[in-house]
Design a protein around this ligand. Structure first.
Ligand SMILES: Nc1ncnc2c1ncn2[C@@H]1O[C@H](COP(=O)(O)OP(=O)(O)OP(=O)(O)O)[C@@H](O)[C@H]1O
Ligand SMILES: [Mg+2]
Length: 246
């Protein structure tokens, strides 16, 4: 079976003042293509550290990490950047959109780094925005969009390059319940299309929509369980009526 991600004894130490913080300790796991995984645990338990290592945004102190069978530590800077930009998509709690650029330009950005010609870029970005239900908001800047719409732009930016895995750190943390659910609906739909998702959340109501839950405590992976994902459509139906959609 193909493995998307495999870590063995992944460990991260941070230098902080005089001391050293062991933020992640000896984490071994694999994630297969199309897995929808939620990472949970109390504040400071190492969730973001884990996600940053998986996203190649930071490097491990000990242990190994293979992304699509490539040993990340052995790759050159350019090769790693290329692998990351082709295989991974990122979604953050605070959206991280460029404030002066419209939705289309924000979504195009990862394709610019890939050197894709402008026309093709625009087409792909427009498709990604349509896929998240924002076909009619392409020329709005982030400040002209609701929080849920901004997060959907961020998701369009994450999927525009057809990644194998989306990494999301508290993607619903800044959103109300209904808007958060609409993001989960989007993740479940992407996942059904074969995209893997690794999502950090501290909210059990959000983790219900994943098929696998990792639990971290004090930097250790203390549980790794599969579950039957809850149905987002049902949860949305059960919510009281709202005036405006996300
Ligand atoms: N750059 C850093 N330098 C020093 N220590 C760090 C750094 N980043 C994280 N840490 C420490 O590593 C530990 C794990 O942090 P991490 O951000 O992974 O936690 P988390 O589970 O994501 O928490 P939260 O739910 O609050 O986001 C914490 O004790 C934190 O203080
Ligand atoms: Mg965190």
């Amino acid at each position: 079976m193909t493995v998307l991600i495999e870590t063995i004894g992944l460990t991260k130490h941070y230098q902080a003042g005089e001391g050293v913080v062991a933020a992640l300790k000896d984490v071994s796991l694999s994630i297969t293509p199309g897995n929808f995984v939620a990472a949970m645990g109390p504040s400071g338990s190492g969730k973001s550290t884990f996600l940053n290592l998986i996203g190649c945004l930071d490097s491990a102190t000990h242990g190994s990490y293979r992304l699509m069978n490539e040993d990340v530590a052995a790759l050159s800077h350019d090769r790693l950047a290329d692998l990351r930009s082709r295989r991974l998509g990122f979604v953050f709690q605070s959206f991280n959109l460029l404030p002066r650029a419209d939705a289309l330009a924000n979504v195009e950005l990862p394709l610019i780094y890939r050197g894709m010609p402008r026309r093709q870029r625009r087409e792909r970005a427009a498709e990604a925005l349509a896929a998240v239900g924002l076909a009619d908001r392409m020329h709005h800047r982030p400040t002209q969009l609701s929080g849920g719409q901004q997060q959907r732009v961020a998701i369009a930016r994450a999927i525009v390059g057809s990644p194998d895995l989306i990494l999301a750190d508290e993607p619903t943390g800044a959103l109300d319940t209904r808007t958060g659910l609409s993001i989960m609906a989007l993740f479940q739909a992407l996942n059904q299309g074969g995209v893997g998702i690794l999502m950090v959340t501290h909210d059990p109501d959000v983790a219900r929509y994943a098929e696998r839950v990792l639990r971290f405590r004090d930097g250790r992976l203390i549980a790794d369980e599969t579950q039957i994902p809850a149905n987002v459509a049902k949860a949305l139906e059960a919510l009281p009526e709202a005036d405006d959609a996300a």
